[in-house]
Design a protein around this ligand. Structure first.
Ligand code: FAD
Ligand code: NAG
Ligand code: NAG
Ligand code: NAG
Ligand code: NAG
Ligand code: NAG
Length: 641
């Protein structure tokens, strides 16, 4: 090339980087994101670590060629321990070398309770038994999950192992996990799983309600230690300029709240402090006590860093990989790649009023009167949500003809006590007229965090890790309130459910699209004014038959009447992050109108089907061959259907 031409090119390049100031507007990276692997650095790493030539292909990026068409044929399964294709110890060692020794062979959390794995230790077992309901015990473990039902309950903590079967086995736990501290390790894990045809799972906190963060025979990417957090008073990135926080994949809701409070801002997060922030929460949409003012948490995510199923590290933002940006905000966790951090817009601090009280039947309050008082509350969901408020309540049928309703709490951001009291006056007037006593504890807080800390942070219901439950939910649309006939049918269904003896909990909230964004959040959320949480009743230490009974009861007797009054075709749906894994037609219920586009993007970004999760986009192509546990667990081979 002539000298002049080279000069011209250099000149243009300088001009470009100077004029299109995207160069200095790029997303900031955390230290662990600064050295992603590329074709050439991967090649060097393989050489430097002395990985044998024959094994190099196991770590290669996806070059777009189909690895083996038979892998996706009907009946084909991901490679499982014991199979001839299962990687040899030498190959696992090579992976361990490349990830700097971060590969961990799974020892189930409760292994110290059992004689068979060489980990027996009464003291350690006692600690696991005593602390099994503490979410952090599971978060701090590479593979343990919040709801053991999906693991297959093959290693439950017990001081008497002989009582429940004397062996601890891996069941639905992954075989290995990688304790992630850099993006390169995630790239290697994805490449290895794809090339060796292994099942891959992603675990952050392990809170997933459907067992999406575990899987038999899998390699797990454990993101828990990516705790970095950074606040920017003013951030300039493509598509956004303003105050923001960059959140690492392993930070919890509580850590994000505390950083926001320290920085003098508020941020959208959920009600459970131990839930992860940038993992499943945001991926599923993320409802929040501030949803009445701002919408879903995902609506405020301005960029994400992600390792895609081909092994490459990418930015998803309004200007880069825009379709991926769309999908990662609402399309569900563990589906399109591994998010390493997100940038979330933050908001000014605002005052919050919280109010907690109990309503109950008594000698002077008959059940029918009590239900009129509850109905008066439900009737106000439109004005309550229009006023930006949110609540969490629980309604107990005490089984002796008495009922208890606990408001824990009514949460009114940007309200003063007088404005809050004026808002709820129509309800409190009715309660007085009905003669239902109540003594609200109403408190005004300076900002979100103290309001949060003095209410949900002490809720024991949120501290129930290790419980064996069959959970489910329903999103009820505003139109069920606007039409009096529908409202009556809706309220009658809820009341009948409680009268039949079932616990019923829920929220009034309306995460409308207040930020006016286009993302993958389930369209049912945009119409909702109520989010109802349900559960199948289950005895202690249930047998598979008990679980099956509870699961069927939940589906057919508890959720079905609510689905009937709020079908998907009329704006109803369910929240994929707190859902029942046996939900029929989950595509419509969990993803609403977004499903067809999500499925297209799944095919585009994960054509080799590296990522799988029960009820995740595209999962209809797979099944887990688990033993009959009464519900879908992850304790079995993953195979094509
Ligand atoms: C007690 C309790 C209270 C809750 N309260 C709320 C609430 O107020 N609002 C709300 O919206 N939700 C709430 N949830 C639901 C919560 O949002 C989901 O359980 C969520 O999936 C948890 O995400 P995680 O990353 O902590 O959990 P995990 O179980 O570790 O992961 C969940 C899913 O996300 C995937 N995932 C995790 N990290 C990544 C990553 N970095 N990249 C890609 N995929 C990833 C996993 O593979 C899995 O599919 C609550 C849950 C519990 C148990
Ligand atoms: C776990 O239980 C033990 C008692 O066996 C207790 O001493 C310990 O403090 C508990 N650990 C945590 C983290 O709560
Ligand atoms: C995981 O890695 C971190 C460092 O990133 C380390 O502090 C921690 O002890 C490791 N945990 C396990 C269980 O290996
Ligand atoms: C019914 O049960 C509840 C909860 O156990 C109890 O508080 C209440 O006193 C009982 N009421 C009657 C009428 O027995
Ligand atoms: C909070 O209230 C103030 C004053 O009433 C109003 O100006 C502001 O817009 C409100 N903030 C939000 C987020 O709605
Ligand atoms: C709805 O129910 C209420 C109370 O039971 C009743 O008064 C009202 O007439 C009903 N409305 C309709 C439209 O059915």
């Amino acid at each position: 090339m002539a000298r002049g031409v080279v000069g011209l090119f250099a000149f243009v390049a300088v001009l470009c980087s100077a004029s299109a100031d995207t160069a200095n507007k790029r997303q900031p990276l955390f230290a662990y994101e600064e050295n992603p692997l590329t074709e050439s650095t991967l090649r060097n790493l393989i050489i430097n670590k002395g990985v044998g030539h024959g094994d190099a292909h196991l770590f290669a990026f996806d070059d777009g060629s189909v690895l083996d068409p038979n892998r996706l044929k009907r009946g084909a399964c991901k490679v499982f321990p014991g199979d001839a294709e299962w990687p040899s110890d030498e190959k696992w060692d090579a992976l361990d070398q490349l990830v700097d020794g971060a590969l961990i062979k799974t020892i189930p959390l409760a292994a110290p309770c059992y004689p068979n794995l060489g980990a027996y230790d009464v003291e350690k077992c006692t600690a696991v038994v005593n602390n099994f309901s503490i979410p952090y015990l599971h978060e701090n473990d590479p593979t343990s999950i919040f709801w053991p039902l999906y693991q297959g309950r093959t290693c439950m903590p017990t001081l008497k192992p002989s009582a429940g079967g004397s062996e601890c086995t891996l069941g639905g736990s992954p075989v290995y996990a990688i304790n992630i501290s850099s993006v390169g390790q995630i790239q290697l894990a994805i490449n290895f799983a794809r090339n060796a045809n292994l099942r891959l799972v992603v675990k952050n906190t392990g809170h997933d309600y459907l067992g999406k963060s575990t899987g038999a025979g899998a390699l797990s990417i454990w993101t828990h230690n990516l705790k970095d957090l950074k606040y920017y008073q003013s951030l300039e990135i493509p598509g956004y300029s303003g105050p923001a926080m960059k959140v690492g994949a392993g930070a919890t809701v509580k850590e994000v709240y505390q950083e926001a409070e320290r920085s003098g801002v508020s941020v959208l997060g959920g009600i459970c402090e131990s839930v992860g922030y940038a993992g499943g929460y945001v991926a599923g949409g993320g409802h929040t006590p501030l949803s009445g003012l701002y919408g879903m948490a995902a609506d405020h995510v301005m960029a994400l860093e992600v390792v895609t199923p081909d092994g490459h590290f990418r930015t998803a933002s309004p200007e880069e990989n825009t379709d991926l940006y769309w999908a990662l905000r609402g399309g569900g966790g563990g589906t399109f790649g591994v998010v390493t951090s997100i940038i979330v817009r933050v908001h000014p601090k605002l005052p919050v009023v919280t109010s907690e009280f109990t309503l109950e039947t008594s000698p002077t309050v008959a059940a029918d009167t009590f239900w009129q008082g509850i109905r008066a509350y439900f009737e106000l969901f439109i004005p309550f949500t229009d006023a930006g408020t949110y609540s969490w309540f629980m309604l107990f049928n005490n089984g002796n003809g008495s009922y208890t309703f606990q408001m824990t709490p009514f949460f009114a951001p940007n309200h003063t006590i007088p404005s809050f009291e004026a808002l709820i006056k129509p309800w409190t007037d009715t309660l007085r007229k009905l003669g239902i006593p109540f003594t609200p504890k109403t408190v005004s807080h300076e900002s979100f965090y103290p309001a949060y800390a003095s209410t949900w942070a002490k809720d024991v219901m949120l501290n129930s890790a290790g419980a064996v439950r069959v959970p489910g939910n329903r999103l009820l649309p505003r139109r069920n309130w606007e039409d009096p006939v529908k409202f009556n049918a809706t309220f009658a269904a809820l009341r009948a459910n409680s009268e039949a003896g079932h616990l019923f909990m829920g929220y009034h909230q309306a995460p409308r699209n207040r930020a006016n964004v286009d993302n993958a959040v389930n369209s049912a959320w945009r119409e909702a004014v109520a989010f109802i949480i349900l559960a199948g009743e289950i005895p202690e230490n249930p047998t598979p038959a008990d679980v099956k009974r509870a699961s069927e009861q939940l589906r057919n007797e508890i959720i079905a009447p609510l689905r009937k009054v709020s079908p998907e075709s009329e704006g109803g749906g369910a929240y994929l992050n707190e859902a029942n894994v046996d939900e029929p037609e989950w595509q419509a219920a969990f993803y609403g109108k977004q499903y067809p586009r999500l499925l297209e993007l799944k095919k585009k970004y994960d054509s080799q089907e590296v990522f799988y999760g029960p009820t995740a986009v595209g999962s209809e192509g797979w099944e887990v061959r688990d033993p009959d546990e009464g519900t879908i667990t992850q304790n079995g081979r993953l195979c094509r259907v």
